[in-house]
Design a protein around this ligand. Sequence first.
Ligand code: TNX
Length: 531
Amino acid sequence: MTFRLLILLTIYLSMASSLSANSIIPKPQSSMEKIGEFEITKRTTISTDTSLSRNGIEYLQKHLYGVSGYRLGSSKKSPAISYHLERQKVKRAEGYILDISQSHITIEARDSAGFFYATVSLMQLMDSSIWSIRKNARKRWSVGCHRIVDYPRYRWRGMLLDSSRNFFSVSYVKKFIDRMAQHKLNRFHWHLSDDEGWRIEIKRYPLLTKVGATRGDGTKLPYSTYPAIRGKKSGRYSGYYRQKEIRDIVAYAKARSIEILPEIDIPAHSKAAVVSYPDLLLDPKDKSKFKSIQGVSNNTINPAMESSYKFIDGIISELSTLFPFGYIHIGGDEVPRGAWSKSPAVKRLMKKRKLKNNRAVEDYLFTRVDGILKKHHRKLLGWQEIVDGNPKLRRDSTIMAWKSSKASHKIIKKGYRAILSPVQYLYFDQRYSKAKGEYGHTWSTPISLKKVYSYRPQYGKQIEGIQANLWSETLLSEKIADYLAWPRTLALSELAWSDPKSRRWSEFNKRVKSHGLSRLKMQGISYRGAK
Ligand code: TNX
Protein backbone atom coordinates (compact mmCIF):
# COMPACT_ATOMS: atom_id res chain seq x y z
CA MET A 1 0.00 0.00 0.00
CA THR A 2 1.32 3.41 -0.85
CA PHE A 3 1.80 6.04 1.81
CA ARG A 4 -0.95 8.24 0.33
CA LEU A 5 -3.42 5.42 0.32
CA LEU A 6 -2.60 4.70 3.92
CA ILE A 7 -3.31 8.30 4.87
CA LEU A 8 -6.60 8.25 2.97
CA LEU A 9 -7.58 5.05 4.69
CA THR A 10 -6.75 6.51 8.08
CA ILE A 11 -8.86 9.59 7.38
CA TYR A 12 -11.71 7.43 6.17
CA LEU A 13 -11.55 5.18 9.22
CA SER A 14 -11.48 8.09 11.61
CA MET A 15 -14.53 9.59 9.89
CA ALA A 16 -16.33 6.30 10.07
CA SER A 17 -15.54 5.88 13.72
CA SER A 18 -16.79 9.38 14.46
CA LEU A 19 -20.21 8.08 13.55
CA SER A 20 -19.97 5.11 15.83
CA ALA A 21 -20.83 5.28 19.50
CA ASN A 22 -18.23 5.54 22.21
CA SER A 23 -18.36 3.74 25.52
CA ILE A 24 -20.43 6.29 27.42
CA ILE A 25 -23.74 5.31 29.07
CA PRO A 26 -26.08 7.19 28.89
CA LYS A 27 -25.30 8.09 25.33
CA PRO A 28 -24.32 11.76 24.91
CA GLN A 29 -26.40 14.12 22.79
CA SER A 30 -23.50 14.60 20.42
CA SER A 31 -20.08 13.06 20.27
CA MET A 32 -17.33 13.28 17.74
CA GLU A 33 -14.31 11.06 17.81
CA LYS A 34 -11.00 12.64 16.84
CA ILE A 35 -7.62 11.20 16.02
CA GLY A 36 -5.23 10.52 18.84
CA GLU A 37 -5.17 10.03 22.55
CA PHE A 38 -4.55 11.98 25.70
CA GLU A 39 -2.62 10.28 28.45
CA ILE A 40 -3.29 10.90 32.13
CA THR A 41 -0.27 10.17 34.31
CA LYS A 42 1.04 11.14 37.70
CA ARG A 43 2.44 14.31 36.17
CA THR A 44 -0.79 15.52 34.57
CA THR A 45 -1.98 18.76 36.12
CA ILE A 46 -5.41 20.12 36.68
CA SER A 47 -6.82 23.63 37.01
CA THR A 48 -10.15 25.33 37.46
CA ASP A 49 -11.62 28.83 37.49
CA THR A 50 -14.72 27.94 39.49
CA SER A 51 -15.66 26.29 42.75
CA LEU A 52 -18.60 24.69 40.93
CA SER A 53 -16.17 22.12 39.56
CA ARG A 54 -15.19 20.90 43.03
CA ASN A 55 -17.39 17.77 43.10
CA GLY A 56 -16.29 16.69 39.64
CA ILE A 57 -12.59 17.17 40.32
CA GLU A 58 -12.82 15.46 43.70
CA TYR A 59 -14.58 12.48 42.14
CA LEU A 60 -11.82 12.01 39.56
CA GLN A 61 -9.09 12.44 42.17
CA LYS A 62 -10.73 9.95 44.53
CA HIS A 63 -10.84 7.25 41.86
CA LEU A 64 -7.32 7.93 40.59
CA TYR A 65 -6.03 7.74 44.12
CA GLY A 66 -8.02 4.61 44.92
CA VAL A 67 -6.82 2.74 41.84
CA SER A 68 -3.42 4.19 40.91
CA GLY A 69 -2.38 5.67 44.26
CA TYR A 70 -1.82 9.28 43.14
CA ARG A 71 -3.74 12.53 42.94
CA LEU A 72 -3.19 15.12 40.23
CA GLY A 73 -1.43 18.32 41.17
CA SER A 74 -2.78 21.69 40.21
CA SER A 75 -1.17 24.15 37.88
CA LYS A 76 -2.36 27.52 36.64
CA LYS A 77 0.39 27.86 34.03
CA SER A 78 0.08 24.95 31.71
CA PRO A 79 -2.63 22.71 33.02
CA ALA A 80 -3.40 19.61 31.05
CA ILE A 81 -6.95 19.27 32.33
CA SER A 82 -8.85 22.50 32.79
CA TYR A 83 -12.30 23.10 34.19
CA HIS A 84 -13.86 26.30 33.01
CA LEU A 85 -17.12 28.06 33.90
CA GLU A 86 -18.87 28.74 30.61
CA ARG A 87 -22.39 30.18 30.71
CA GLN A 88 -22.51 31.26 27.07
CA LYS A 89 -21.62 28.13 25.18
CA VAL A 90 -23.22 25.74 27.64
CA LYS A 91 -26.87 26.72 27.58
CA ARG A 92 -28.62 23.89 29.36
CA ALA A 93 -28.68 23.13 33.06
CA GLU A 94 -26.57 20.06 33.90
CA GLY A 95 -24.97 20.19 30.44
CA TYR A 96 -21.28 20.22 29.56
CA ILE A 97 -18.74 20.30 26.80
CA LEU A 98 -15.87 17.84 27.08
CA ASP A 99 -13.06 18.36 24.63
CA ILE A 100 -10.19 15.92 24.65
CA SER A 101 -7.21 16.57 22.41
CA GLN A 102 -3.71 15.10 22.50
CA SER A 103 -2.36 17.91 24.65
CA HIS A 104 -5.40 19.10 26.62
CA ILE A 105 -8.66 18.16 28.20
CA THR A 106 -11.08 21.06 28.50
CA ILE A 107 -14.27 20.77 30.49
CA GLU A 108 -16.88 23.50 30.26
CA ALA A 109 -20.13 23.71 32.18
CA ARG A 110 -22.43 26.20 33.85
CA ASP A 111 -23.27 24.37 37.08
CA SER A 112 -21.93 21.83 39.50
CA ALA A 113 -23.88 18.97 37.93
CA GLY A 114 -22.46 19.74 34.49
CA PHE A 115 -18.87 19.57 35.77
CA PHE A 116 -19.66 16.35 37.58
CA TYR A 117 -21.23 14.70 34.52
CA ALA A 118 -18.37 15.79 32.26
CA THR A 119 -16.01 14.10 34.69
CA VAL A 120 -18.08 10.93 34.73
CA SER A 121 -18.06 10.87 30.91
CA LEU A 122 -14.30 11.34 30.90
CA MET A 123 -13.92 8.44 33.30
CA GLN A 124 -16.15 6.25 31.14
CA LEU A 125 -13.73 6.88 28.27
CA MET A 126 -10.87 5.54 30.41
CA ASP A 127 -10.13 1.87 30.94
CA SER A 128 -12.96 0.36 32.99
CA SER A 129 -10.57 -0.43 35.83
CA ILE A 130 -10.83 3.24 36.87
CA TRP A 131 -14.11 2.08 38.47
CA SER A 132 -12.42 -0.69 40.38
CA ILE A 133 -12.87 -0.87 44.11
CA ARG A 134 -9.35 -2.22 44.42
CA LYS A 135 -5.94 -0.77 43.78
CA ASN A 136 -4.31 -2.10 40.62
CA ALA A 137 -1.10 -1.70 38.72
CA ARG A 138 -2.31 0.82 36.16
CA LYS A 139 -0.61 4.21 36.39
CA ARG A 140 -1.22 5.58 32.90
CA TRP A 141 -4.67 6.17 31.48
CA SER A 142 -5.14 6.87 27.82
CA VAL A 143 -8.31 8.58 26.71
CA GLY A 144 -9.35 8.71 23.08
CA CYS A 145 -9.72 12.24 21.70
CA HIS A 146 -13.34 13.36 21.50
CA ARG A 147 -15.50 16.40 21.46
CA ILE A 148 -18.69 15.81 23.38
CA VAL A 149 -21.55 18.24 23.76
CA ASP A 150 -24.08 16.90 26.18
CA TYR A 151 -27.14 17.68 28.32
CA PRO A 152 -30.05 15.71 29.78
CA ARG A 153 -33.44 15.15 28.21
CA TYR A 154 -35.34 15.16 31.52
CA ARG A 155 -34.83 17.17 34.70
CA TRP A 156 -36.00 14.27 36.88
CA ARG A 157 -33.98 11.08 36.50
CA GLY A 158 -34.91 9.03 39.49
CA MET A 159 -34.71 5.75 41.28
CA LEU A 160 -36.63 4.55 44.30
CA LEU A 161 -35.18 2.27 46.92
CA ASP A 162 -37.58 0.76 49.44
CA SER A 163 -35.80 0.51 52.79
CA SER A 164 -38.96 -0.49 54.66
CA ARG A 165 -39.88 -3.97 53.49
CA ASN A 166 -36.27 -4.98 53.70
CA PHE A 167 -33.67 -2.74 55.27
CA PHE A 168 -30.46 -1.68 53.51
CA SER A 169 -27.31 -0.72 55.36
CA VAL A 170 -25.84 2.78 55.13
CA SER A 171 -22.97 1.41 53.08
CA TYR A 172 -25.33 -0.21 50.56
CA VAL A 173 -27.42 2.96 50.30
CA LYS A 174 -24.24 4.88 49.48
CA LYS A 175 -23.26 2.36 46.84
CA PHE A 176 -26.73 2.61 45.34
CA ILE A 177 -26.42 6.41 45.19
CA ASP A 178 -22.91 6.32 43.75
CA ARG A 179 -23.91 3.95 40.97
CA MET A 180 -26.87 6.17 40.10
CA ALA A 181 -24.54 9.16 39.86
CA GLN A 182 -22.17 7.31 37.53
CA HIS A 183 -25.08 7.03 35.13
CA LYS A 184 -26.21 10.64 35.49
CA LEU A 185 -29.33 9.86 37.51
CA ASN A 186 -30.11 12.71 39.88
CA ARG A 187 -33.05 11.90 42.20
CA PHE A 188 -32.88 9.27 44.91
CA HIS A 189 -36.41 8.55 46.13
CA TRP A 190 -36.05 6.94 49.53
CA HIS A 191 -39.08 4.98 50.73
CA LEU A 192 -38.59 5.22 54.50
CA SER A 193 -41.83 3.98 55.96
CA ASP A 194 -44.39 1.33 55.22
CA ASP A 195 -46.41 -1.38 56.94
CA GLU A 196 -43.34 -3.52 57.50
CA GLY A 197 -41.19 -0.95 59.24
CA TRP A 198 -40.49 2.69 60.09
CA ARG A 199 -36.88 3.35 59.13
CA ILE A 200 -35.93 6.90 60.14
CA GLU A 201 -35.19 8.28 63.57
CA ILE A 202 -37.65 11.03 64.52
CA LYS A 203 -36.66 12.78 67.75
CA ARG A 204 -40.20 13.94 68.54
CA TYR A 205 -41.63 10.45 68.16
CA PRO A 206 -39.07 7.95 69.45
CA LEU A 207 -41.49 5.02 69.47
CA LEU A 208 -41.54 5.05 65.69
CA THR A 209 -38.16 3.39 65.73
CA LYS A 210 -38.35 1.80 69.18
CA VAL A 211 -41.54 -0.05 68.25
CA GLY A 212 -42.12 0.47 64.55
CA ALA A 213 -38.69 -0.52 63.24
CA THR A 214 -38.88 -4.14 64.39
CA ARG A 215 -41.19 -6.90 63.29
CA GLY A 216 -41.57 -10.53 64.30
CA ASP A 217 -41.64 -12.52 67.53
CA GLY A 218 -42.53 -10.44 70.57
CA THR A 219 -43.21 -7.26 68.53
CA LYS A 220 -46.35 -5.52 67.40
CA LEU A 221 -45.73 -6.24 63.75
CA PRO A 222 -46.07 -9.63 62.08
CA TYR A 223 -42.81 -11.08 60.79
CA SER A 224 -44.13 -12.14 57.46
CA THR A 225 -46.58 -9.58 56.22
CA TYR A 226 -47.31 -11.02 52.81
CA PRO A 227 -45.62 -10.44 50.48
CA ALA A 228 -43.06 -8.59 52.52
CA ILE A 229 -40.66 -11.46 52.46
CA ARG A 230 -40.26 -14.73 50.72
CA GLY A 231 -37.81 -16.26 53.14
CA LYS A 232 -38.36 -17.44 56.68
CA LYS A 233 -41.82 -17.31 58.17
CA SER A 234 -40.77 -16.27 61.65
CA GLY A 235 -37.98 -14.53 63.48
CA ARG A 236 -37.24 -10.91 64.17
CA TYR A 237 -36.18 -8.22 61.81
CA SER A 238 -35.20 -4.61 62.42
CA GLY A 239 -33.29 -1.63 61.17
CA TYR A 240 -33.47 2.13 60.92
CA TYR A 241 -31.28 5.12 60.04
CA ARG A 242 -30.13 7.54 62.71
CA GLN A 243 -30.35 11.23 61.90
CA LYS A 244 -26.57 11.45 61.87
CA GLU A 245 -26.44 8.76 59.22
CA ILE A 246 -29.14 10.51 57.19
CA ARG A 247 -27.12 13.76 57.20
CA ASP A 248 -24.04 11.88 56.07
CA ILE A 249 -25.93 10.22 53.21
CA VAL A 250 -27.48 13.52 52.12
CA ALA A 251 -23.99 15.08 51.87
CA TYR A 252 -22.66 12.02 50.04
CA ALA A 253 -25.48 12.32 47.49
CA LYS A 254 -25.01 16.08 47.12
CA ALA A 255 -21.35 15.56 46.21
CA ARG A 256 -22.65 13.42 43.34
CA SER A 257 -25.33 15.83 42.13
CA ILE A 258 -28.13 13.77 43.62
CA GLU A 259 -31.05 15.16 45.59
CA ILE A 260 -32.78 12.87 48.04
CA LEU A 261 -36.55 12.72 48.06
CA PRO A 262 -37.71 11.25 51.38
CA GLU A 263 -41.03 9.44 51.40
CA ILE A 264 -43.27 8.90 54.39
CA ASP A 265 -46.21 6.91 53.08
CA ILE A 266 -49.58 8.10 54.45
CA PRO A 267 -52.43 7.55 55.20
CA ALA A 268 -52.25 3.87 54.16
CA HIS A 269 -49.09 1.71 54.21
CA SER A 270 -48.74 2.99 57.79
CA LYS A 271 -49.04 -0.09 60.00
CA ALA A 272 -45.62 0.54 61.59
CA ALA A 273 -46.60 4.10 62.57
CA VAL A 274 -50.06 3.05 63.75
CA VAL A 275 -48.77 0.34 66.12
CA SER A 276 -46.21 2.79 67.51
CA TYR A 277 -48.69 5.60 68.25
CA PRO A 278 -52.21 4.12 68.20
CA ASP A 279 -53.53 6.83 70.53
CA LEU A 280 -52.52 9.57 68.13
CA LEU A 281 -53.26 7.96 64.81
CA LEU A 282 -56.42 5.92 65.34
CA ASP A 283 -59.96 6.70 66.45
CA PRO A 284 -60.36 4.58 69.61
CA LYS A 285 -64.03 4.02 68.76
CA ASP A 286 -63.36 2.91 65.19
CA LYS A 287 -64.69 -0.64 64.67
CA SER A 288 -63.69 -0.93 61.00
CA LYS A 289 -61.84 -3.99 59.86
CA PHE A 290 -60.04 -3.89 56.55
CA LYS A 291 -57.02 -5.22 54.76
CA SER A 292 -54.62 -3.63 52.35
CA ILE A 293 -54.03 -5.14 48.91
CA GLN A 294 -50.90 -6.71 50.40
CA GLY A 295 -53.01 -8.27 53.15
CA VAL A 296 -52.05 -6.03 56.05
CA SER A 297 -54.91 -5.28 58.45
CA ASN A 298 -55.91 -1.78 59.58
CA ASN A 299 -52.79 -0.06 58.27
CA THR A 300 -54.22 3.42 57.87
CA ILE A 301 -53.93 6.68 59.79
CA ASN A 302 -57.28 8.18 60.77
CA PRO A 303 -57.92 11.46 58.92
CA ALA A 304 -60.43 12.82 61.43
CA MET A 305 -58.13 12.93 64.46
CA GLU A 306 -56.47 16.30 65.04
CA SER A 307 -53.60 14.37 66.61
CA SER A 308 -52.91 12.76 63.20
CA TYR A 309 -52.21 16.21 61.74
CA LYS A 310 -50.06 17.24 64.65
CA PHE A 311 -48.08 14.04 64.14
CA ILE A 312 -47.71 14.63 60.37
CA ASP A 313 -46.64 18.22 61.05
CA GLY A 314 -43.98 17.00 63.48
CA ILE A 315 -42.65 14.43 61.01
CA ILE A 316 -42.53 16.92 58.12
CA SER A 317 -40.85 19.47 60.31
CA GLU A 318 -38.06 17.05 61.19
CA LEU A 319 -37.74 15.76 57.62
CA SER A 320 -37.24 19.32 56.41
CA THR A 321 -34.33 19.85 58.75
CA LEU A 322 -32.70 16.64 57.49
CA PHE A 323 -33.41 16.80 53.76
CA PRO A 324 -32.68 20.09 51.98
CA PHE A 325 -34.50 19.04 48.79
CA GLY A 326 -37.58 21.12 48.03
CA TYR A 327 -39.97 18.16 47.83
CA ILE A 328 -41.31 15.64 50.30
CA HIS A 329 -43.18 12.55 49.13
CA ILE A 330 -46.27 11.76 51.16
CA GLY A 331 -47.32 8.50 49.51
CA GLY A 332 -51.07 8.55 49.15
CA ASP A 333 -51.30 5.18 47.40
CA GLU A 334 -53.59 2.23 47.93
CA VAL A 335 -55.95 3.38 50.67
CA PRO A 336 -57.88 0.15 51.37
CA ARG A 337 -61.59 0.03 50.77
CA GLY A 338 -63.44 0.14 54.06
CA ALA A 339 -60.81 2.14 55.90
CA TRP A 340 -62.49 4.30 58.58
CA SER A 341 -65.97 3.16 57.51
CA LYS A 342 -66.97 2.64 61.13
CA SER A 343 -65.09 5.51 62.67
CA PRO A 344 -67.41 7.88 64.56
CA ALA A 345 -64.77 10.59 64.33
CA VAL A 346 -64.76 10.31 60.53
CA LYS A 347 -68.56 10.40 60.49
CA ARG A 348 -68.54 13.61 62.52
CA LEU A 349 -65.93 15.12 60.23
CA MET A 350 -67.98 14.25 57.16
CA LYS A 351 -71.03 15.94 58.59
CA LYS A 352 -69.18 19.02 59.73
CA ARG A 353 -67.28 19.50 56.45
CA LYS A 354 -70.05 18.19 54.19
CA LEU A 355 -67.84 15.40 52.83
CA LYS A 356 -69.93 13.00 50.78
CA ASN A 357 -67.86 9.86 50.78
CA ASN A 358 -64.57 8.25 51.71
CA ARG A 359 -62.86 9.81 48.74
CA ALA A 360 -63.86 13.28 49.90
CA VAL A 361 -62.34 12.43 53.29
CA GLU A 362 -59.08 11.54 51.57
CA ASP A 363 -59.20 14.79 49.60
CA TYR A 364 -59.62 16.65 52.88
CA LEU A 365 -56.55 14.89 54.28
CA PHE A 366 -54.32 15.55 51.25
CA THR A 367 -55.40 19.20 51.14
CA ARG A 368 -54.44 19.64 54.77
CA VAL A 369 -51.15 17.82 54.35
CA ASP A 370 -50.28 20.08 51.42
CA GLY A 371 -50.91 23.02 53.75
CA ILE A 372 -48.50 21.53 56.28
CA LEU A 373 -45.87 21.04 53.58
CA LYS A 374 -46.31 24.67 52.52
CA LYS A 375 -45.73 25.80 56.07
CA HIS A 376 -42.41 23.96 56.01
CA HIS A 377 -41.47 25.33 52.57
CA ARG A 378 -41.73 22.01 50.84
CA LYS A 379 -43.61 21.02 47.69
CA LEU A 380 -45.81 17.97 47.52
CA LEU A 381 -44.95 14.79 45.72
CA GLY A 382 -47.23 11.77 45.82
CA TRP A 383 -48.53 8.69 44.01
CA GLN A 384 -51.18 8.96 41.32
CA GLU A 385 -54.05 7.88 43.62
CA ILE A 386 -53.89 11.35 45.20
CA VAL A 387 -55.48 12.87 42.11
CA ASP A 388 -58.09 10.14 41.69
CA GLY A 389 -60.13 12.54 43.80
CA ASN A 390 -60.03 16.32 43.89
CA PRO A 391 -57.81 17.54 46.70
CA LYS A 392 -56.91 21.23 46.52
CA LEU A 393 -53.18 21.09 46.02
CA ARG A 394 -50.77 23.79 45.02
CA ARG A 395 -50.19 23.95 41.27
CA ASP A 396 -46.54 23.04 41.58
CA SER A 397 -47.38 19.67 43.13
CA THR A 398 -45.91 16.69 41.32
CA ILE A 399 -47.57 13.33 40.95
CA MET A 400 -45.99 9.98 40.11
CA ALA A 401 -47.85 7.96 37.49
CA TRP A 402 -47.24 4.28 38.12
CA LYS A 403 -50.18 2.14 37.06
CA SER A 404 -49.69 2.51 33.32
CA SER A 405 -47.90 4.61 30.74
CA LYS A 406 -51.16 6.54 30.21
CA ALA A 407 -51.71 7.35 33.87
CA SER A 408 -49.99 10.70 33.39
CA HIS A 409 -52.80 12.06 31.18
CA LYS A 410 -55.15 12.70 34.08
CA ILE A 411 -52.38 14.35 36.10
CA ILE A 412 -51.51 16.68 33.23
CA LYS A 413 -55.14 17.50 32.60
CA LYS A 414 -55.59 18.51 36.19
CA GLY A 415 -52.69 20.91 35.79
CA TYR A 416 -50.08 19.14 37.90
CA ARG A 417 -46.60 17.99 36.99
CA ALA A 418 -45.95 14.30 36.37
CA ILE A 419 -43.14 11.84 36.84
CA LEU A 420 -43.47 8.68 34.78
CA SER A 421 -42.83 5.36 36.43
CA PRO A 422 -45.03 2.80 34.69
CA VAL A 423 -45.04 -0.63 36.30
CA GLN A 424 -44.89 -2.28 32.85
CA TYR A 425 -41.43 -0.81 32.11
CA LEU A 426 -39.85 0.73 35.18
CA TYR A 427 -40.70 -1.46 38.16
CA PHE A 428 -37.34 -3.06 38.72
CA ASP A 429 -38.79 -5.19 41.52
CA GLN A 430 -40.51 -7.28 38.81
CA ARG A 431 -38.69 -10.29 37.39
CA TYR A 432 -36.78 -10.10 34.10
CA SER A 433 -38.43 -13.15 32.56
CA LYS A 434 -40.71 -16.04 33.34
CA ALA A 435 -37.77 -18.44 33.52
CA LYS A 436 -37.51 -20.59 36.61
CA GLY A 437 -35.31 -19.20 39.34
CA GLU A 438 -35.69 -15.54 38.38
CA TYR A 439 -35.77 -13.19 41.35
CA GLY A 440 -38.44 -10.56 41.80
CA HIS A 441 -42.15 -9.95 41.97
CA THR A 442 -44.47 -11.75 39.60
CA TRP A 443 -47.66 -9.71 39.89
CA SER A 444 -47.02 -7.57 36.80
CA THR A 445 -45.38 -8.41 33.49
CA PRO A 446 -41.75 -9.54 33.25
CA ILE A 447 -39.41 -6.71 32.25
CA SER A 448 -36.33 -7.62 30.25
CA LEU A 449 -33.50 -5.17 29.59
CA LYS A 450 -34.84 -4.85 26.05
CA LYS A 451 -38.33 -4.11 27.34
CA VAL A 452 -37.02 -1.27 29.51
CA TYR A 453 -35.16 0.11 26.53
CA SER A 454 -38.26 -0.06 24.34
CA TYR A 455 -40.19 2.38 26.56
CA ARG A 456 -41.01 5.68 24.85
CA PRO A 457 -41.74 8.08 27.67
CA GLN A 458 -43.90 11.10 27.00
CA TYR A 459 -42.20 14.46 26.74
CA GLY A 460 -43.67 17.88 27.49
CA LYS A 461 -43.84 20.90 29.70
CA GLN A 462 -45.53 19.24 32.64
CA ILE A 463 -43.45 16.06 32.46
CA GLU A 464 -40.66 16.37 34.98
CA GLY A 465 -39.06 13.08 34.03
CA ILE A 466 -38.94 9.38 34.69
CA GLN A 467 -38.10 7.04 37.53
CA ALA A 468 -37.59 3.34 38.18
CA ASN A 469 -38.77 1.81 41.44
CA LEU A 470 -37.01 -0.89 43.37
CA TRP A 471 -39.58 -2.06 45.90
CA SER A 472 -38.08 -4.50 48.32
CA GLU A 473 -40.65 -7.12 49.33
CA THR A 474 -38.60 -9.83 47.63
CA LEU A 475 -35.16 -8.28 48.08
CA LEU A 476 -33.79 -10.63 50.69
CA SER A 477 -30.19 -9.60 50.09
CA GLU A 478 -28.07 -6.88 48.51
CA LYS A 479 -27.17 -9.38 45.81
CA ILE A 480 -30.81 -9.71 44.80
CA ALA A 481 -31.16 -5.93 44.87
CA ASP A 482 -28.13 -5.63 42.55
CA TYR A 483 -29.49 -8.34 40.27
CA LEU A 484 -32.84 -6.66 39.82
CA ALA A 485 -31.39 -3.17 39.42
CA TRP A 486 -28.58 -4.03 37.00
CA PRO A 487 -28.21 -3.91 34.06
CA ARG A 488 -31.74 -2.47 33.81
CA THR A 489 -30.59 0.82 35.35
CA LEU A 490 -28.30 1.29 32.34
CA ALA A 491 -31.37 1.37 30.11
CA LEU A 492 -33.15 3.69 32.53
CA SER A 493 -30.28 6.15 32.35
CA GLU A 494 -30.48 6.29 28.60
CA LEU A 495 -34.26 6.79 28.58
CA ALA A 496 -33.82 9.62 31.08
CA TRP A 497 -30.84 11.33 29.47
CA SER A 498 -30.40 10.59 25.77
CA ASP A 499 -32.17 11.63 22.60
CA PRO A 500 -34.80 8.99 21.71
CA LYS A 501 -34.04 9.49 18.01
CA SER A 502 -30.51 8.22 18.53
CA ARG A 503 -31.51 5.13 20.47
CA ARG A 504 -30.95 1.74 18.81
CA TRP A 505 -31.40 -1.40 20.85
CA SER A 506 -28.67 -3.38 19.07
CA GLU A 507 -26.11 -0.59 19.42
CA PHE A 508 -27.04 -0.04 23.09
CA ASN A 509 -26.86 -3.73 23.82
CA LYS A 510 -23.40 -3.89 22.27
CA ARG A 511 -22.25 -0.91 24.34
CA VAL A 512 -23.64 -2.55 27.48
CA LYS A 513 -21.84 -5.80 26.74
CA SER A 514 -18.52 -4.28 25.78
CA HIS A 515 -18.33 -1.44 28.32
CA GLY A 516 -21.31 -1.07 30.64
CA LEU A 517 -21.05 -4.47 32.26
CA SER A 518 -17.31 -4.36 32.75
CA ARG A 519 -17.68 -1.14 34.71
CA LEU A 520 -20.29 -2.85 36.90
CA LYS A 521 -18.05 -5.86 37.31
CA MET A 522 -15.13 -3.73 38.45
CA GLN A 523 -17.28 -2.55 41.35
CA GLY A 524 -18.42 -5.98 42.33
CA ILE A 525 -22.04 -5.39 41.35
CA SER A 526 -23.99 -8.65 41.12
CA TYR A 527 -25.81 -7.71 37.94
CA ARG A 528 -27.95 -10.23 36.10
CA GLY A 529 -25.60 -12.32 34.00
CA ALA A 530 -22.56 -11.69 36.20
CA LYS A 531 -20.28 -14.67 36.69
C1 TNX B 1 -47.28 -1.21 44.54
S1 TNX B 1 -46.33 1.50 43.54
C2 TNX B 1 -46.96 -0.37 45.59
C3 TNX B 1 -45.91 -0.76 46.54
C4 TNX B 1 -45.44 -2.16 46.32
C5 TNX B 1 -45.28 -2.43 44.84
C6 TNX B 1 -44.76 -3.80 44.53
C7 TNX B 1 -47.05 1.87 44.80
C8 TNX B 1 -47.34 3.27 44.93
N1 TNX B 1 -47.42 0.92 45.69
O1 TNX B 1 -46.34 -0.59 47.87
O2 TNX B 1 -44.24 -2.35 46.97
O3 TNX B 1 -46.52 -2.26 44.20
O4 TNX B 1 -44.46 -3.95 43.18
